[in-house]
Unconditional design. Sequence first.
Length: 188
Amino acid sequence: MARIGLGIGEAGNYPAAVKTVAEWFPRKERGLATGLFNAGTSIGVVVAVLLVPWILNHYGWHEVFWITGALGFVWLIFWLLFYEIPAKQSRLTAEELDYIRSGQESETDEPSRKRSVNWFKLFTYPQTWAYITGKGLIDPIYWFFLFWLPSYFSSTFNLDLKKPSLELMLIYTATTIGSIGGGICRPG
């Protein structure tokens, strides 16, 4: 039930992040920006590998869920206080706003949200199949690393999850570097 709740709660996260990147970055910088927010998941795991054992040793496993969950709400508070679309953001200078808009769709371009999409026709595009294939090949590995690797290391290699793990931090740091590197290599 908790996994279902998490899935429902985080389902909008990725589309919202992509929309934010599209609003805040010129087209030529979107690859790197997307790589950075993708890296956030792995950075979060590295922080969790340090934080969770400390909480577990000082409080207990119930508190691990309460404290880490509360940190998500702290992030939400900052988001609600400080986020605004660029046109409404008072902390931007005119030059910064012009730079952001320099790579955006112009008023004469038809925004993608106004286009009618024939969902069945999407399957006739090679890009759709490339995306489906990529997700089908990468996501099982990524989610294994993200959720099951600590448990696997614990059961197979007797890794003590009550202590920070250099092995796990190295793996998740590598995924962070790969995510950012992929964004640098794939501009826009």
